[in-house]
Design a protein around this ligand. Structure first.
Ligand code: F6P
Ligand code: MN
Length: 313
């Protein structure tokens, strides 16, 4: 229900969550992250584009912006008083923020996914996965909420608390207001975003791509996971994949920080997410740095990928 005197699309994030009866502590976590993103967007616009001189758990060189975004989020989450544990793609281990779990939430995040695209001025994003309690090594289907913030020509926040997927835009006052409610992804679509080098694709993945191309699917790939997923969600169709490759059977993308939150959002929008054999959200992570191949988007295309892989690997 819209507040008196306001149209539905002037509702801000906090009011929206209150209206949907979202847990107060969870609302707090989400709003802290939304607040942190205002500082992150400012760093992206004006900050240092150089390297930090350090590398992350995956041996990737950290940029000053990665480290800064990580610090901004960590500070906000620590200050919230309702977060038990956090783990970041830019940190080597789980960081405890509170000794007790009761009523608290734990958060896994990729502070600035695609950060190497900032110097060429392409879109990047923050990806967040939230669990009730202390445990961060759970299957993604247990997420209490998932969200991302996309720093493109506009700054948008896309969120699900298990009750559909909703988009908010940052306005001139740097507040997030609702712009789309109950986003839906159709069963089939004509856009595909293929990650990884094609000459390393397995026979099954090659056959999948050939079938998409034969149907006239259009290639739409930016190299940033957040904008590429956002395109599928907002156009309401298509598929993104970063498959297993001949020399890297585990693919590239990380289950805790990248795949689980996006899979949760895609399923909430009526789409699907698979590692080529089974549902991403059913995978039990054995470690914070676990990776998996991913096929995510319209249900029919995800099923086609699974069939091609079952037949040809
Ligand atoms: O961290 C992951 C990421 O930068 C994603 O944003 C993107 O989808 C992928 O890696 C691109 O991978 P590659 O560098 O192999 O093209
Ligand atoms: Mn990333």
């Amino acid at each position: 229900m819209a507040e008196a005197g306001k149209t539905r699309f002037q509702i801000n994030l906090r009011h929206f969550l209150r209206e949907r009866d979202v847990d107060r502590n969870l609302t707090r976590v989400i709003c802290e992250i939304a607040d942190a993103s205002k500082y992150i967007v400012n760093s992206i616009r004006t900050g240092d584009l150089g390297v930090a001189g350090t590398s992350n758990l995956y041996g990737e060189e950290q940029l000053a912006l990665d480290v800064l975004s990580d610090r901004i989020l960590r500070k906000r989450l620590a200050h919230s008083g309702v977060v038990a544990n956090i783990v970041s793609e830019e940190q080597p281990e789980i960081v405890p923020l509170s000794p007790d779990c009761e009523g608290k939430f734990s958060v896994a995040y990729d502070p600035l996914d695609g950060s190497s695209l900032v110097d060429v001025n392409l879109a990047v994003g923050t990806i967040v996965s939230i669990y009730a309690g202390c445990d961060l090594l759970q299957p993604g289907c247990n997420q209490a909420a998932a969200m991302y913030i996309l720093y493109g020509p506009r700054t948008t926040l896309v969120l699900s608390t298990g009750d559909g997927v909703h988009e908010f835009n940052m306005n001139q006052l740097m507040e997030y207001t609702l712009t789309r409610e109950n986003i839906q992804v159709g069963a089939s679509g004509s856009i595909y975003s293929p990650g990884g080098q094609r000459n390393k694709y397995t026979a099954g993945v090659r056959s999948f791509v050939e079938q998409l191309e034969a149907r006239g699917s259009k290639l739409r790939y930016s190299g940033g996971f957040v904008p590429d997923i956002n395109q599928v969600l907002m156009k309401g169709k298509g598929i993104f994949f970063y498959p297993h490759l001949n020399d890297t059977p585990e693919g590239k993308l990380r289950v805790l920080f990248e795949l689980n939150p996006m899979a949760f959002l895609m399923e909430q929008a009526g789409g699907a997410a698979s590692n080529g054999k089974s549902r991403i959200l059913d995978m039990v992570p054995d470690n914070i740095d676990m990776r998996a191949p991913v096929f995510i988007g319209s249900k029919d295309e995800v099923a086609l990928a699974e069939r091609c892989i079952a037949e040809q690997g």
